[in-house]
Design a protein around this ligand. Structure first.
Ligand SMILES: *[C@@H]1O[C@H](CO)[C@@H](O)[C@H](O)[C@H]1NC(C)=O
Ligand SMILES: *[C@@H]1O[C@H](CO)[C@@H](O)[C@H](O)[C@H]1NC(C)=O
Ligand SMILES: *[C@@H]1O[C@H](CO)[C@@H](O)[C@H](O)[C@H]1NC(C)=O
Ligand SMILES: *[C@@H]1O[C@H](CO)[C@@H](O)[C@H](O)[C@H]1NC(C)=O
Ligand SMILES: *[C@@H]1O[C@H](CO)[C@@H](O)[C@H](O)[C@H]1NC(C)=O
Ligand SMILES: *[C@@H]1O[C@H](CO)[C@@H](O)[C@H](O)[C@H]1NC(C)=O
Ligand SMILES: *[C@@H]1O[C@H](CO)[C@@H](O)[C@H](O)[C@H]1NC(C)=O
Ligand SMILES: *[C@@H]1O[C@H](CO)[C@@H](O)[C@H](O)[C@H]1NC(C)=O
Length: 825
């Protein structure tokens, strides 16, 4: 029955189509191309797929217009069709509530309008606001949904009413705006917008602000100002500011992304569709979707370009009195000292002071004994102070705030003064009332921030200023976790563990490095896209591959420098590569390039010329964890080692669970864990195993990895999963605990040669102190870490915990059960 109706509809449609084409043969130029599927008045859609069509596809099938599920109901929109998920690129009346399954979309014959009836007897909503009546509609292959009048002129198009996305071929005209969605599942107007301003500047602002320059968090900084610029995404994925989109006149343009970021490979079995979206998190990104001809295959989605590298640069992400830190895979909002989350589930609401003020003394001075000042060197804000005083020392500024009834925060900083004759600088104390907006973390050594708090009420928010008061810290932590912030707030714990002392050293080191100009200003602004280098360029950069830093399983690594020596890089020449072609190599590089985590070594770019394959990584100045553990005579402290262990676990967790396609490292070992200038541990060489062994899901026939760190399944010809990395991590964890290699023949007792079995014996005999050789350590943490490690090295992969549980256990969030001894040890 249904199919009969369908065939009937099809016949009617094709008849009307041919007649229409016949009628308007004289207007072929304007007419819809015969490939478009014309939708005629009388057509309707309904979310009830069993009785009705729920969408109108484009001829290629890549886009559909119609009902999609949104928040337990349905909305009308346009989406990119994917095998497993759809990407909504436009939503009609996005701020209207979703409709239920009784709704119907009608293209009326009488008025030629698209009307949405949300239920029987309900009011009809206009979907496309046209002045004259439409005679046909089409979902075009470009992703544009258009309505045409009887002379086939377009009278309405979705491209003229963008929501958060522009597609290739689409223009965001002067004064046009894109508003982010609330979330990936709620496409209502969200918290950020991109504005193509009349002055030619393309700017990102938080929504509901004055859109002043203080609110802007990203801009093209078009200079000199230029009228009537448009943002244009051309069909090959170039985002540019153009005066006109008449392609034969493309003279004045400036590109946002460059061509090297785009795939130049011929796409054989599909097409590439580009889209640029203001994401719910406020970043503006360009994506490419590789749409396979066979719609069944999952789509490859690549992030081609991104306006901001650091999600914490988005202003307004954290509300008043709070600031953003990138401690884990996700950004995190931290309250200023003396404040607490207004609502721990909604960071955008910010933090509120959690103590009531005590009345001032009659002379306007604060009753000093009730307050104290908390000092931090890593917080900055831009608000205008109520008073700015010249002062010579930090203490003067701190005391001045403490005694001043109005002062709730103060910034002591070195200001550059240009008085027309001379340049000099002087210290000022800028006193401030709360609330503070757009507070950010900042490692500027020339600034020190002070916060006034009630005695006995300092907040744990400031990660830099943790005291060693573990007991209270833990309490607060548990509260926060109960408040459903677990995965994100966890990250602070590493800092808690490493404690005040180390934080201080890090900050100092960082400051020193900044002062030395090594980090420069480039830390945040770097392009996300990978650079393609020529071989000669890299030869020059490395002075002819002169200074070898080390040799890994994939080839030698050389020290190099770019930007006239300003930026140090590590250049890895790959050897022993498989037969993979250039296309696969580039795809793999893009996958690696898309990873972005503070515990992964960053790939800057690569070179693929002929059979040459070279990778360019960020330079890690402090060597590998292996050097640190096994060669360093001084040894590193226990707390420091635990922090490194957590760092590494987080990096692996990101590879396993946060990447679009899980990456199995296959060779986790201390030699592949590198230390950067501030002694953060970062994992290197990830993603490379895949180049040598393209299909990771199948059984490996050739063994990858390093003896000693390899999971037993490598020898059993069973499939390799992420759990193989968990095993290697377990071994590394034991090495971190004991500061010795897994296999060491130079030990006094034969029992101790294989570390894992020795640890097991000590654990069974409750003699864990032996493992750390009398070092002063926290017994509970030691036991915890050893238990986690023993779970990780279980023979049966299913018994090993996921990296997520590993992180939770190491941070003390979840309890660790007593592990059995692995049988093979
Ligand atoms: C979507 O987000 C908006 C804005 O936050 C909210 O008002 C609306 O209720 C949300 N929609 C649903 C269905 O939850
Ligand atoms: C439709 O557009 C006209 C002007 O083009 C505007 O005045 C009117 O408010 C719009 N109606 C709706 C429902 O958006
Ligand atoms: C169709 O629209 C075009 C452009 O808006 C207009 O010039 C033309 O007169 C319209 N045709 C009819 C029959 O209304
Ligand atoms: C997109 O713009 C670039 C730069 O102008 C140009 O090389 C490329 O051909 C354009 N693509 C198309 C399809 O016009
Ligand atoms: C585009 O520019 C060319 C050259 O200036 C001109 O001949 C053509 O008519 C223009 N096309 C449109 C659609 O404006
Ligand atoms: C294209 O599809 C064919 C048949 O499905 C397949 O054999 C071929 O490998 C594909 N080519 C590419 C480059 O993916
Ligand atoms: C600054 O502090 C010093 C002591 O630290 C004190 O002697 C001096 O008077 C203070 N100056 C001002 C302007 O408060
Ligand atoms: C303010 O918050 C801190 C830490 O969250 C807490 O220790 C203190 O008791 C709170 N003070 C008040 C007055 O609630």
């Amino acid at each position: 029955m249904a199919s009969a109706t369908f065939i009937f509809l099809l016949i009617v449609l094709s008849i009307s189509l041919t007649s229409l084409i016949g009628e308007s043969a004289t207007q072929t130029k304007k007419a819809a191309s015969s490939k478009d599927k014309l939708i005629l008045p009388g057509s309707s859609l309904s979310p009830m797929i069993s009785t009705h069509k729920s969408s109108w596809p484009s001829p290629s099938g890549n886009f559909e217009f119609g009902f999609y599920e949104e928040q337990h109901g349905f909305a009308i929109g346009i989406w990119l069709v994917g095998a497993d998920e759809r990407t909504v690129v436009w939503t009609a009346n996005r701020d209207d509530p979703p409709v239920n399954s009784n709704a119907e979309l009608v293209f009326t014959t009488s008025s030629g309008k698209l009307l949405l009836r949300s239920g029987k007897g309900e009011e009809k909503r206009v979907i496309a606001n046209t002045t004259s009546s439409a005679s046909s509609a089409s979902m075009l292959d470009s992703g544009n949904f258009v309505l045409r009048n009887s002379t086939s002129d377009i009278i309405w198009e979705s491209f003229n009413h963008p929501t958060d996305t522009i597609l290739q071929g689409q223009v965001l005209p002067t004064l046009g705006q894109l508003f982010s969605s609330v979330s990936d599942t709620n496409h209502s107007t969200g918290r950020y917008h991109l504005w193509m301003q009349a002055d030619g500047n393309l700017v990102l602002y938080p929504a509901n602000t004055e859109d002043s320059s203080e609110d802007a968090y990203w801009a093209t900084n078009t200079w000199p100002p230029k009228d009537n610029l448009n943002l244009y995404l051309n069909s090959t994925g170039l985002l540019s500011l153009v005066e006109t989109t008449n392609t034969s006149e493309l003279l004045d343009y400036s590109y946002l992304n460059d061509e090297s970021s785009l795939s130049k490979d011929k796409v054989v079995n599909g097409t590439v569709i580009y889209r640029a979206t203001v994401n719910a998190d406020g970043n503006f990104k360009l994506y490419s979707h590789l749409v396979n001809k066979k719609k069944k295959d999952p789509q490859d989605v690549f992030e081609v370009w991104s306006a901001l590298r650091n999600p914490c640069e988005v202003k307004g992400r954290c509300g008043l009195n709070s600031y953003c830190t990138l401690n884990d895979v996700q950004p995190n909002c931290v309250c200023l000292p003396g404040t607490e989350y207004a609502d721990p589930d909604r960071w955008s609401l910010g933090c509120l002071r959690n103590y009531s003020k005590i009345e001032c003394e009659s002379d306007g001075k604060e009753k000093v004994k009730f307050y104290k000042i908390i000092k931090t060197e890593t917080i900055n804000w831009e608000a205008t102070p109520y008073v700015e005083l010249q002062m010579s020392t930090e203490e003067n500024c701190s005391n001045s705030c403490l005694e001043d009834c109005n002062c709730e925060a103060a910034m002591f900083e070195l200001n550059d003064i240009h008085d027309g004759i001379d340049n000099y600088n002087r210290y000022v104390c800028r006193k401030q009332k709360l609330p503070l907006s757009y507070v950010k973390r900042d490692f500027d050594s020339r600034k020190t921030a002070f916060f006034k708090v009630r005695k006995g009420s300092e907040n744990t928010g400031s990660t830099e200023k943790r005291s060693k008061d573990d007991a209270t810290d833990k309490k607060v932590l548990i509260q926060i976790i109960v408040l459903a912030l677990c995965s994100i707030v966890l990250s602070c714990v590493a800092l808690v563990i490493s404690g005040f002392y180390f934080a201080k050293i890090r900050v100092l080191r960082y400051k020193k490095l900044r002062d030395d100009g090594i980090l420069g200003n480039t830390t945040h602004q770097e392009e996300v896209t990978l650079r393609v280098f020529s071989y000669n360029e890299l030869k020059r950069a490395t002075n002819g591959f002169k200074e070898e830093l080390g040799k890994g399983s994939f080839g030698a690594v050389y020290k190099g420098s770019l930007n006239k020596g300003k930026k140090l890089v590590a250049v890895k020449r790959l050897e022993k590569l498989g037969e993979e072609g250039e296309r696969e190599f580039r795809a793999e590089m893009r996958a690696i390039g898309r990873t972005n985590h503070k515990n992964l070594v960053r790939l800057f770019g690569y070179c693929a010329e002929g059979s040459r394959r070279v990778l360019v990584y960020e330079y890690m100045s402090n060597g590998s964890l292996a050097d640190l553990l096994f060669k360093n005579a001084m040894g590193i402290g226990w707390e420091e080692r635990v922090r490194i262990a957590v760092d590494v676990a987080r990096g692996i967790l990101y590879l396993h669970e946060e990447c679009k396609v899980p990456i199995i490292h296959c060779d986790i070992k201390p030699q592949n864990i590198l230390m950067d200038e501030v002694w953060s541990a970062k994992i290197s060489d990830f993603g490379l195993a895949k180049l040598l062994m393209p299909d990771q899901t199948r059984t490996f026939t050739v063994i990858r990895g390093t003896r000693g760190y390899m999971a037993p399944e490598w020898h059993k010809n069973t499939p390799i999963s992420v759990k193989a990395d968990v095993y290697s991590y377990g071994i590394v964890l034991l090495e971190i605990v004991c500061c010795r290699r897994n296999f060491d023949a130079n030990v006094s007792d034969a029992d101790e040669i294989v570390l894992s079995s020795w640890v097991c014996k000590c654990f069974a005999a409750r003699e864990l102190k032996k493992l750390v050789n009398g070092e002063e350590v926290d017994n509970k943490t030691l036991e915890n870490v050893v238990k986690v490690a023993l779970w990780c090295i279980q023979d049966e992969p299913a018994l090993r915990p996921s990296m997520k549980s590993v992180v939770l256990m190491l941070e003390g969030i979840t309890d660790v059960a007593i592990p059995p001894c692995p049988t093979s040890t």
